[in-house]
Design a binder for this molecule. Sequence first.
Ligand code: GBH
Length: 463
Amino acid sequence: DPAGLVDSDLVFPPGFFWGAATAAFQIEGAVTADGRGQSIWDTFSATPGKVLNGDTGDPACDHYHRYREDVALMAELGLEVYRFSVSWPRIQPTGSGRVESRGLDFYDRLVDELLAQGIRPMATLYHWDLPQALEDKGGWVNRDTAQRFAEYSSIVFSALSDRVRTWSTLNEPWCSAFLGYCGGIHAPGITDPAASLKAAHHLLLGHGLAMQALRAQSQPDHTLSIVLNLSPVWTDGVDHEHREAVRKVDGLQNRLLLDPLLGRGYPADVLADVDWLGDWEMVIRDGDMDAIATPIDWLGVNFYQPTWVAPADPAFVTPGNMPGLKGVEMLPPRGPLTGFGWGQQADALTELLLWLHNQAPKTPIVVTENGSSFPDRIVGGAIMDTERTQYLLNHVRAVHTAITNGADVRGYLAWSLLDNFEWAVGYSQRFGIIHVDFETQKRTIKQSAQTLATLARTNRLPA
Ligand code: GBH
């Protein structure tokens, strides 16, 4: 080989970027600093029995005070992109009206520090920390929240868009709607399937209104997106019953939110499946679907594992997070399990990226989150997280396979930069590529971070 490449090396396209992601509530701590208002996750985590071990977002990784050290670690690793989220209650403590400039100043400092270190900031406007004052008025079940989100988004964009060129509106609206208002395992902890469908619509509407507001303010080199948690749905049979089970769950997990974003409206089969829940569709007004279909410049996809299902008695109402789901049994994850008991089946990521490319051939895709939780063992000051590293390499290979087969994937971001507050299970699960000692706040780079650093430096996966 004249270029000296090893043939079997998997080379990524020029410009493919590598980085890591976090979310405000999961890392920042400092929950009352600088006028920050209360979020639904402060309330939820303070409610006994909601979060494992009574863990809260205080102090988490104390990133609010330690962001310089954290950016320095990213720079040391040579990460090219850092995806973070902005805490709405830091910017508008009660979710509307008055802007808290001290909150904006934090993100100002963070962005400047990233740029000074040569790291491209990628901002997410909402990663689940709704101001409690808005939840008190109905949260995402209340249509007004969509309007408030667009207003808030516009405020943040005005303050940071001179330096932040890459933006996402919502992180995983599926989780906000269905874990928050149907299964109730996330804040605000409501279990009302019909209400969760209204929430889903208002989340999409909030995204659409924010897209319109940001477009009106943006320059040509700003790119705007939304981030979805998508998961291929797998089953053990090919008969009608098995295919129906897959169709129903794929509908509620993937197509219900993706189709309207791509301008196709809500999928008719899913609407028919959930019809028995009543008239939640009354919340859809003229113009909503057009707003939701405002073109995005790229799509963020978060992937962890495929979803396994089996057919069940048609009258069986499937318990859990999917509103209106009937006749399906949700099966446990497969493959060697992670420390969190999640599946490891990287082929599902290839399938997902190729499916998405087929659904939206002109929309570039970014893997905005992918990662795994395992307990860490510190040996001689080092953390050889071989299982997390193997998960990373398997999934990076899966991304490469998708690209080879035509998918337009532009970058890969590991979840997460730091061990952090893992929502309903608190600090019990570690997704970080950097270890955090929650007693001392000491950071230790893991083998997985070194591996990501090598990927970022070489843009290839050695055979
Ligand atoms: C992401 O969500 C989040 O964006 C991030 O904040 C989080 O820390 C990270 O993943 C790790 O959890 O089987 O119906 O009970 C993950 C998306 C989708 C993962 C639903 C858990 C199980 C729901 N989640 N899934 S269910």
